[in-house]
Design a protein around this ligand. Sequence first.
Ligand code: DX5
Ligand code: ZN
Length: 233
Amino acid sequence: MTFSRSIKIAPSILSADFANFGAECRAVEAQGADWVHVDVMDGHFVPNITFGPATCAAIRPHIKGVMDVHLMIAPADPYIEAFAASGADIITAHLEAGPHIHRTLQAIRGAGARAGLALNPGTGIDAVEHLLDMVDLICVMTVNPGFGGQKFIHSQLDKIRRLRAMIGDRPVHIEIDGGVTVETAPLVAAAGADVLVAGSAVFKGGSVQDPEPYGENIRAIRTAAEAATGRMA
Ligand code: DX5
Ligand code: ZN
């Protein structure tokens, strides 16, 4: 993974056909996805359950590029090794998931993955200052985590701008997760985000049998985001 601030679209397979993850991953990549975003939920940290490291390992061979694993689980630490062994390129843990995020981020890098730090909409950014040199990505949740298809929370735009200033020249991605659409993509890109997770906005209208709508959706989100930043991939 070479670092770049160009816009990257990361479809979330939370909106894919759960009985067909392998084919869905291949389809979104063939349709222009840069990364594949994988949402792990435990029914405890968030009020929904998805899957664990065995599913991540099963889909890994179907993803040529970056497998971006978002852990919405508490505690996270006992499972870091298993998610790293599943082939995750990036493992993102929540600041709110336990008292020792510093240790969690150390464990992620120690296991050989890139380390991501996710912030819920109600979480401030003061603590991030002390973690900046330990992270490869900061994920700003623009919905409360747990479900796809929720409405974008506009108050997070100021958080994105402040994080972008705080990061400066460090090679740290800003990822946005939740409610990304053609309408909201330009707002987050202009505020400083470079990785745009999108679930419902990418998978709508398409299927493994008819994946072209995935490509149209990805291109529309990317074009809207790039127009807002002036950056072209
Ligand atoms: C929410 C997940 C997101 C979700 C985004 O808890 O972390 O990745 O799938 O879905 P949309 O794009 O539909 O808001
Ligand atoms: Zn996510």
